[in-house]
Design a protein around this ligand. Structure first.
Ligand code: BGC
Length: 758
């Protein structure tokens, strides 16, 4: 009888579809094995080359290389006829392998959404999903099938310009955004015509460059990496991201592009990533500059051995990989393996069956712009959800639509700047500036006056820097006092002043680190002059990173953080100014009080001499010339109404297989409908390693009418209590935990429970 049972069990296991190999996988393997067996080494290397048209590489040269089977993918072209020609030529290559088309679709494609730091401020999973879906929809209609996004580098140093591209300082918030981007862009199946393959970047730790200086090195304990900085990449990979882009920087002394531990031990072996690993632009050549490769050939050898599959903007793979195989310096297996990753991706995208899947000669981008009101409506909605209300003295906001408004400042009417960086396919001419948005919102646009007021900066070098690549940041040559006088005159004639200050989009981009996060002197002078008019002053910040704005915070009657809001930004600003939308956004990154505090972030570790307990100010962790606290903490943001939050736990003890329910009661105690993001933090009180004072592990938004009450529920599960312990094992340790629920990361409202041994 027992024998029979065993037989049936074994038979059941092997006949059960769950355990059998997926027939598609088998088909795919046969197809790719067959293809690989026919490919020359040169063609295999061709699949590892990602090329963009430009410089010496004219379109004709690229077309010839494609036909020769020397190019696997193309990036940075969005001209449909060119893409179609490229695909036609690929189908004439020796093995007729189609090319894929990639582009940086970071925060929208043609319709531009807020920069990701602004998007993160929505704390709204639906908003993340909307941006990802619309981006994928427009990009795939436009001929593309791969994006170099999401960028999920944790950023705690606002001196680094690329903080604008990511989702801020917190691993959980960034992971949620990254996960949703991957799910909504790639969709259930890559073969879906609307699926856009994601490339999570920049693996890894690019956001932790020393001193916030672009392309500098990063150095970090493994515990901090696994506990915090690597978490969002892992979340995006677990969500199925089929590609990863490698960081330009070195990680603990070894450039990421040459880092076998990172790309192979962690990514492939521990995380089981089986997609495509793409180098960043020119990163292989840069191994020589890093000082780990003697020459280009050496760099190629090191990169492929470390785990790079595809070389972005390749210069050297074709030149050296076949030679390196011939010489026995690398095995052909390594090339086969990398090539297989690319071919599998193309297979899963359905490119072999339908190489033209995203190419439609009849698709007219102009018609899309003209007709697609829906995407603009969605862009406006996400944009207004991204605006953070930082101050609102005497309820100055929302404004009455019958007031005379002076709209001032170098960013008030800039169509290019409001799109933000990485908006290459966006159309500035279609963007709505704040000035236009404010006029659109009121019945009598004559109530609105406008003045430039000041250049973004007095520094002509900054102006030159911003226009290096023809990005057209405007510089007014009139004398500064004349511009200010004009603005002051407008202010005096008005009931209220709204001044748009901050950064040009090019100041919050790749290669735009700064050491001084104050507003530029020219802008400070303008604000001072406007303040002196005595008119109520609203300061609207437009920028891509936390700035140090303590002085302006004191001068302003009301203050808004508007980031770079995208195509519909101006209308969104008007929605908030006039109360057609009640602001609900929360900062995804702490705003420092001064640069000396950097990095300042909420989830820092406990110390042996906590601040403010004994001998306040002396022999405790503190500065004698600055507060410890940032100007605005992580998670902070006001509303035109008020909320109270209290909460309780369903139990005070939890066993490893148990759960605790956290019930938060929220009440809108004000007179307007509004939404509150209820934030849920945890603290492991005692553990084998020092743990942060607080970590975000959940958030939910609730919308309530005036005086309405509602509930938000969270569940604490065992896995949420895990961390990397003293032996670098990922475990939960029994003991006490504090739970905090509130409206920002400074909440002190606390409940405690104990995790039992069993
Ligand atoms: C950036 C990447 C980007 C690539 C292609 C590089 O300079 O670091 O984030 O995807 O260019 O545009």
């Amino acid at each position: 009888m027992l024998k029979k049972l065993v037989f049936f069990f074994v038979f059941f296991i092997f006949s059960c579809p769950l355990f059998a190999q997926n027939p598609n996988d088998e088909e795919k393997k046969v197809f790719i094995d067959n293809l690989l067996s026919k490919m020359t080494i040169k063609e295999k290397v061709g699949q590892l080359r990602l090329i963009s048209v430009g410089g010496d590489l004219t379109l004709d040269k690229v077309l010839d290389q494609i036909e020769a089977g020397e190019i696997g993918g193309i990036f940075n072209t969005v001209v449909e006829p060119d893409l179609s020609r490229m695909q036609e030529r690929a189908l004439k290559s020796p093995n007729k392998i189609p090319v894929y088309f990639g582009f940086d679709i970071v925060h929208g494609h043609r319709t531009v959404f807020p920069i990701n730091l602004g998007l993160a401020a929505t704390w709204d999973r639906n908003a993340f999903a909307k941006v990802a879906e619309v981006s994928a929809d427009e990009a795939t209609s436009d001929g593309l099938n791969v994006t170099w996004a999401p960028m999920v580098d944790i950023t705690r140093d606002p001196r680094w310009g690329r903080v604008s591209e990511g989702f801020g300082e917190d691993p959980y918030l960034a992971s949620e955004a990254g996960r949703i981007f991957v799910e909504k862009m790639q969709k259930q199946s890559l073969a879906d015509k609307k699926s856009l393959v994601t490339t999570v970047k920049h693996f890894a730790l690019y956001g932790a460059v020393e001193a916030g200086r672009e392309y500098n090195s990063t150095d970090m304990s493994e515990r901090k990496m696994f506990q915090e900085y690597l978490v969002p990449y892992k979340a995006a990979i677990d969500a199925g991201s089929r590609a990863v882009m490698v960081a330009l920087v070195s990680v603990n002394g070894i450039p990421a592009t040459a880092n076998h531990w990172l790309l192979t031990d962690v990514l492939r072996n521990q995380w089981h990533f089986d997609g495509v690993v793409v180098s960043d632009h020119g990163a292989i050549r840069e191994l020589i500059n890093h000082g780990v490769a003697t020459d280009a050939k050496d760099a190629v050898r090191i990169a492929i051995k470390a785990g790079i599959d595809v070389s972005m903007n390749d210069e050297y793979f074709l030149q050296f990989l076949p030679e390196l195989v011939d010489e026995g310096a690398i095995s052909e297996d390594l090339i086969n393996q990398a090539c297989r990753h690319v071919l599998e991706l193309k297979y899963d995208m359905g490119l072999f069956k339908n190489p033209h899947r995203n190419l439609d000669p009849n698709f007219d981008i102009e018609t899309m712009f003209a007709n697609d009101r829906l995407h603009r409506t969605e862009a406006r909605d996400v944009a207004r959800r991204s605006i953070v209300l930082l101050k609102n003295e005497n309820n100055l906001l929302p404004l009455d639509k019958n007031k005379k408004i002076a709209v001032i400042g170098p960013l008030a009417d800039s169509k290019r700047d409001i799109l933000g960086s990485w908006s290459g396919a966006g159309r500035a001419n279609l963007a709505v500036t704040p000035l236009q948005g404010i006029k659109n919102a009121i019945a009598n646009p004559k109530l609105v006056s406008y003045a430039w007021g000041a250049n973004l900066s007095d520094d002509p070098n900054l102006d030159k820097f911003l226009n290096l690549y023809g990005e057209s940041s405007k510089f007014d040559k009139r004398p500064a006092n004349k511009m200010i006088a004009e603005a002051v005159a407008q202010a005096k004639k008005s009931d209220v002043v709204v001044v748009f200050v901050g950064e040009a989009q090019g100041m919050a981009h790749e290669s735009s680190s700064r050491t001084d996060l104050n507003l530029q002197a020219s802008q400070k002078r303008l604000i001072k002059a406007l303040k002196a008019t005595g008119k109520p002053l609203i300061i609207a910040l437009m920028n891509g990173r936390p700035l140090t704005v303590k002085e302006e915070y004191q001068q302003a009657d009301a203050m808004l953080e508007t980031w770079f809001l995208g195509t519909e930004g101006g209308n969104a600003v008007a929605d908030v100014l006039f109360g057609d939308y009640n602001p609900s956004a929360k900062l995804p990154m702490s705003f420092p009080d001064n640069v000396g505090q950097i990095p300042v972030y909420y989830s820092h570790l406990k110390t042996g001499r906590p601040h403010g307990t004994v001998n306040m100010g002396k022999y405790t962790t503190s500065y004698f010339d600055s507060p410890n606290e940032p100007l605005f903490p992580f998670g902070f943001g006001l509303s035109y109404t008020d909320f109270t939050i209290d909460f309780s736990l369903s139990k005070t003890e939890m066993s490893p297989n148990g759960e605790i329910e956290v019930i938060a009661n929220v009440e809108n105690t004000g007179e307007r409908e509004g939404s509150q993001v209820v934030q849920f933090y945890l603290q492991d009180v005692t553990a084998s390693v020092s743990r942060p004072v607080k970590e975000l592990i959940g958030f939910e938004s609730i919308t309530l009418k005036p005086h309405e009450k509602g509930q938000v529920k969270f569940v604490i599960k065992y896995d949420m209590l895990k961390f990397w312990n003293d032996k670098m094992q990922y475990v939960a340790e029994p003991g006490k935990f504090n739970v905090f629920v509130g409206a920002d990361s400074t909440t002190k409202d606390k409940q405690t429970f104990t995790l039992l041994d069993n």
